[in-house]
Design a protein around this ligand. Structure first.
Ligand code: BTN
Length: 328
């Protein structure tokens, strides 16, 4: 049986025990409802415990879930998600190398709006070849597969769109000031709490599918020492823990709303909204590193497609398509 099939069985077990948390269920009944042999049922109970569940086994009578593990089954997500297409299919992985890789494996057959969500990534990826710290059960790590009607050159606005959706969600739920550092860093108090990675498969004329990856540091109480000066989590900034499902659903609903605006009205409203919420869009002295080349100047707005406009010291304005932007 594949790892993903085992993940689905574990989802079903969690849903079943959660819905029957007030009663003791017999192992035979659970195994038959899950349509698994008794030996598989035992393995699932052990896996469930590994994921932090407290499952009481009462000899002769059955099992009761005393503490629900902090995992998001597709059923839990669907109960709160009333969007149209985003999240129409949900692939839930307990542990995966990267949701970008998993989405890539699924993309050819996945419908528009498919969500790939992981509790833990062993090889989470960031932009510019960096890794994304993805410890289990504390953050949001997901990828949405889209099939937009867009020319490949217009796709970078999807990064801005997602940044806006993530920043608005954090501001509303965590009740804290949020900034977006062009193009993809969501920041609190100058430190990064979320990032976006967009990958695309395209023909010369049209995009085939896009994978939008989002990582949010939600309930991590610590960040790795080497990132301490740069990264943070919502919990570290506010002293509170947050519902990951509420945050995920809010991001997806907002992403879909902005995506519909993009398809109906083009990039302008998205770029304008990004410009409103990002302190980096205008009047900021920045250093932009793109490989070996470094540009220093002041930001003077965004192009209609969402490129960052930087006026160099010699007065020339450059349109930045990619690179690492830092305050100068
Ligand atoms: C960045 O800021 O450099 C982008 C970070 C993107 C991280 C997310 S987590 C979910 C998805 N899977 C990955 O491997 N990366 C993205």
């Amino acid at each position: 049986m594949s790892e993903r099939q085992q993940d689905r069985q574990l989802d079903c077990l969690i849903d079943l025990l959660t819905e029957n948390a007030t009663v003791v269920m017999s192992g035979t009944k659970i195994a038959s409802q899950l349509r698994v042999p008794h030996s598989t049922f035992w393995e699932l109970i052990e896996r469930l415990r590994e994921w932090g569940a407290d499952v009481r086994g009462l000899p002769g009578s059955g099992y009761q879930l005393l503490k629900v593990p902090d995992v998001l089954t597709p059923k839990m997500i669907r109960q709160s998600l009333h969007s149209g297409e985003f999240g129409c299919r949900i692939h839930h992985c307990y542990q995966v190398d990267s949701t970008m890789n998993e989405a890539g494996r699924l993309a050819a057959k996945a419908p528009h709006g498919t969500l790939v969500f992981a509790e833990e990534q062993t090889a989470g990826r960031g932009r510019l070849g960096r890794t994304w710290f993805s410890p289990r059960g504390t953050g949001l790590y997901f990828t949405v597969i889209l099939r937009p009607r867009l020319a490949p050159g217009a796709a970078p606005v999807l990064t801005l769109l997602t940044g806006v959706a993530v920043a608005e969600t954090i501001r509303e739920i965590a009740e804290t000031a949020v900034d977006v550092r062009w193009p993809n860093d969501v920041m609190i108090s100058g430190k990064k709490c979320a990032g976006i990675l967009v990958e695309m498969t395209a023909q010369p004329e049209r995009v085939e599918h896009v994978q939008i990856g989002v990582g949010v540091n939600v309930n991590q109480s610590a960040v790795p020492a080497e990132l301490a000066g740069e990264a943070t989590s919502l919990r570290r900034e506010t002293g509170r823990a947050f519902s990951r499902v509420e945050m995920l659903v809010s991001i997806l609903v907002r992403m879909e709303r902005y995506y519909d605006i993009l398809q109906e009205q083009g990039a302008a409203p998205i770029v304008a909204r990004f410009g409103e919420i990002s302190s980096y869009a205008r009047g900021k002295r920045v250093r932009v590193a793109d490989g070996p080349s470094v540009l220093v100047g002041e930001t003077v707005g965004l192009s209609p497609e969402g490129m960052l406009l930087v006026r160099r010291e010699d007065g020339q304005t450059e349109s930045i398509l990619s690179g690492q932007v830092r305050p100068e």
